[in-house]
Design a protein around this ligand. Structure first.
Ligand SMILES: Cc1ncc(COP(=O)(O)O)c(C=O)c1O
Length: 418
């Protein structure tokens, strides 16, 4: 393995996606940003589109602009289906937050399997998913069955199969684990859940825009995901939800609002669910944020998922090679799958002092990763916006920091946001 910077520069020269870095705002050339898996960078086109939407559509057009805005949730959902995940038009809409969509879809799925008492998930799922499920089972007197998952290895299809029985109404997991980046077996798990007659709900927050998401070929029933990570939609941008076409008219989500009403402006007093995916909408969406999502989705779709996935595997493999050479001797351990096909686009390293190292990296070395409990440093070199040289520089600064003991000056107390 070559660890000289020249190797990184050669890889950048051969990178078919290298030009995409210039499509994003980079005001600070010193900064090594390794947190694109938490908040994606700002596409240059987004600033322009938002300025136009504010000045022309809102400022000049005022209420008349709703003609252009009213179908945006579906239109952007279709763009996600066409360019980001494997789904058909009319199966995805932009709506609410990931958390609220989890509630809507999980509640609809539980209602669709009356008499079954169990919601199945695992203990490595993202906390908000688990909280929503705890609330749902408590309100309905059901049971939350929780599989144990190895934090570094990811969801085991065998463990899922062993936990399934005729009592399970719904099983829900993350496609790419937020901590380790492990990729779950979307096909195998979906098939196992279907074998017992249950429905499956996937959280795609860390996978859409970083790995292939074969919703159609796996037969997955339901999915949700956020747009502010690899889709570069911006902070707090609305999430999306997916409902397999055959289920759309039998599942009924619990929050009945006028954006889910069949003839919204008839102002009829009685709720009558819109046909298709429209019934999964609720209330007025955040239009400006949706426009941010549309631009982010367009940049990723233009680059193409095949190229994005190929670079994600190559870039994280390069990162793992450098970590093996430089960081393992300093007390780090790989806390992600070693096989790039089993790993999303981020890599996690275990170190007992991960929190203080993370602080020192951000504050003294101009490298931005993030920290995840209990003792992990998460490095997200988003494929569209990160170069091989960025990875080299980031890891070089990290090794120099730890060699110098620079983290020892930082207090162990965590900040409000990690
Ligand atoms: C897997 C996963 N689900 C959900 C969320 C957050 O949900 P929300 O957008 O509702 O805050 C995150 C945020 O990082 C996530 O990683």
């Amino acid at each position: 393995v070559r660890t000289d910077r020249g190797q990184a520069e050669a890889l950048d020269l051969a990178d078919p996606l290298s030009a995409y870095r210039e499509r994003f705002v980079r005001p600070d050339p010193q900064l090594i940003y390794l947190d694109g898996n938490s908040l994606g960078r700002l596409p240059i086109d987004t600033g322009r589109r938002l300025a136009e939407a504010v000045d022309e559509q809102w400022g000049r057009g005022l209420i008349r602009s709703w003609e252009a805005w009213i179908e945006l949730s579906q239109a952007i959902g279709d763009e996600i289906a066409a360019g980001i995940v494997q789904a058909d038009p009319g199966e995805i809409v932009l709506s609410d937050s990931t958390t609220v969509n989890l509630y809507k879809l999980a509640a609809a799925a539980l209602d669709a399997r009356p008499g079954r008492r169990v919601l199945l998930t695992d203990d490595d799922n993202f906390p908000t998913d688990s909280y929503v499920f705890q609330g749902l089972v408590q309100a309905r007197g059901l049971e939350l069955r929780v599989i144990e998952t190895d934090l570094d290895v990811g969801l085991s299809t065998d463990a899922v199969r062993a936990a399934l029985d005729q009592d399970v109404a719904l099983a829900s997991f993350s496609h790419v684990a937020y901590r380790s980046g492990a990729v779950a077996d979307l096909h195998g798990v979906t098939a196992a859940v279907h074998d017992v007659g249950a429905l499956v709900l996937w959280d795609l927050s860390h996978s859409a825009g970083s790995v292939h998401v074969p919703l159609r070929s796996s037969g997955a029933d339901l999915a949700v995901g956020c747009t502010y990570k690899y889709l570069c939609g911006g902070p707090g941008a609305p999430a999306y939800l997916y409902v397999r076409r055959e289920l759309q008219d039998t599942l009924r989500q619990p929050i009945w609002g006028w954006f889910g009403q069949r003839d919204q402006f008839a102002m009829d007093g009685r709720y009558d669910a819109a046909p298709g995916i429209g019934s999964f909408l609720v209330g007025t969406p955040p239009v400006l944020s949706m426009i941010g999502v549309q631009e982010g989705v367009r940049v990723v779709a233009e680059a193409g998922l095949d190229a994005v996935r190929a670079k994600g595997m190559a870039l994280t493999s390069y990162l793992v090679d450098l970590a093996d050479a430089w960081l393992v001797p300093l007390g780090f351990r790989l806390a992600s799958p070693r096989d790039p096909r089993r790993r999303g686009a981020h890599v996690t390293l275990h170190h007992p002092d991960a929190w203080r190292i993370c602080r020192a990296l951000v504050e003294r070395y101009d490298v931005v990763p993030d920290f995840r409990t209990p003792d992990r440093l998460r490095l997200g070199p988003a494929p569209l916006t990160t170069s091989y040289a960025d990875v080299w520089d980031g890891l070089d600064r990290l090794r120099r920091l730890v060699e110098a003991g620079a983290h020892e000056a930082y207090p162990p107390q965590r900040t409000r946001v990690t």
